[in-house]
Design a protein around this ligand. Structure first.
Ligand SMILES: [Zn+2]
Ligand SMILES: [Zn+2]
Length: 323
């Protein structure tokens, strides 16, 4: 089958013919119809900390024999520990993930270890649906976990970063909470789009001086965004680190108001992904994708790196015109 493989970090992704995956035990082969190109994939190429060869692609939708079009939950836990048994395999200490430790969706086929990771799409277009498994599910779970702080329309939530995850977060905040949603982004275009997705306000960080927000979702995680978050939360508020930047925030005495909750995010559970699929099927959320053939993967990664992408780029390894 055709796959985009990283064998050498200096070379990056290269198209190759590799053997088809062979299922054993409970494993299922899924024909990949859509694989989202995520910012995390750029990080993987920069961090250079994953074993090679690497087939990236953790946002995967495809066709499974007997099930039809499915979304692939990317995080595969041990299935036996307490965390897995409560349905949160993405938090399992022994988790392996599609596109990280295990071959992902930048290929014509992917081997999925168990059918429980396959969620029927119920009429959603697989190419459009692919980013739901990560970008949308991560945001959904973050909003669900923040919702106890956001019970009235007097509560405020600041979303720092109105990129792919931020755009989903704004919509889930409006769907799941009555809170006032304030989007923060350096880009005027992204601020404008945030307003069309339901944010009550869209600001630059500087414009929030002196303001308060019970919850700050930081989808950027640089030193200055975490400092902004620390300045916004009142006593008892919460800050969630969601983005994959390298910023940090001191946790010592006197740094934050009392009883502020600091937490982090890591993907979504199978039930989070399932809830997102239901909302998408009901037409409750909006997102844009740009399908591109697998043969253009390197160019797609370069465009994402240069910030030349508005919707999610989705590879179509077995789609029309991609052979
Ligand atoms: Zn991702
Ligand atoms: Zn486990």
């Amino acid at each position: 089958m055709l796959a985009a493989v990283v064998r050498n970090y200096d070379v990056g992704v290269r198209l190759e013919e590799i053997p088809d995956p062979v299922p054993t035990g409970d494993a299922v082969v899924v024909e990949v119809l859509g694989a989202g190109i995520c910012h995390t994939d750029l990080h993987l190429l920069h961090w250079r900390n994953r074993p090679l060869p690497l087939v990236m692609g953790h946002e995967v939708a495809g066709y499974a024999e007997g099930l039809g079009p499915v979304l692939v939950h990317q995080s595969w836990g041990c299935g036996r520990c307490r965390i897995c048994l409560r349905g949160e395999e993405q938090l399992c200490p022994d988790v392996t993930e599609a596109g990280f430790e295990r071959p992902g969706g930048y290929a014509a086929k992917i081997l999925v270890p168990h059918p429980r990771y396959l969620l029927p799409l119920g009429g959603l277009d697989p190419v459009r649906a692919a980013p739901l498994t990560d970008a949308a599910a991560t945001s959904y779970r973050a909003v669900r976990r923040a919702s106890p702080w956001l019970r009235t329309d007097h509560d405020r939530v600041v979303v720092i970063g109105a990129g792919a995850l931020g755009k989903f977060a704004i919509q889930f905040l409006r769907l799941l909470t009555p809170a006032r949603v304030i989007a923060v982004d350096v880009s005027a275009a992204k601020r404008a789009e945030a307003l069309t997705l339901g944010a009550h306000e869209a600001r630059t960080g500087d414009e929030l001086a002196g303001r308060r927000a019970e919850v700050v979702l930081d989808l950027v995680v640089e030193h200055d965004t975490l400092a902004l978050a620390a300045g916004l939360v009142p006593p008892g508020g919460m800050i969630m680190r969601i983005g994959s930047g390298n910023g940090s925030l001191p946790f010592g005495r006197g740094v934050l108001p009392p009883e502020v909750t600091l937490t982090s995010a890591r993907g979504g559970s199978i039930s989070d992904v399932s809830a997102v699929v239901d909302l998408a099927r009901a037409g409750k959320i909006r997102w844009d994708v740009e399908p591109i053939p697998l043969s253009e993967v390197a160019a797609g990664l370069r465009r994402l790196e240069r910030g030349e992408v508005t919707g999610r780029l989705v590879l179509t390894p077995t789609g029309a015109g991609d052979d």
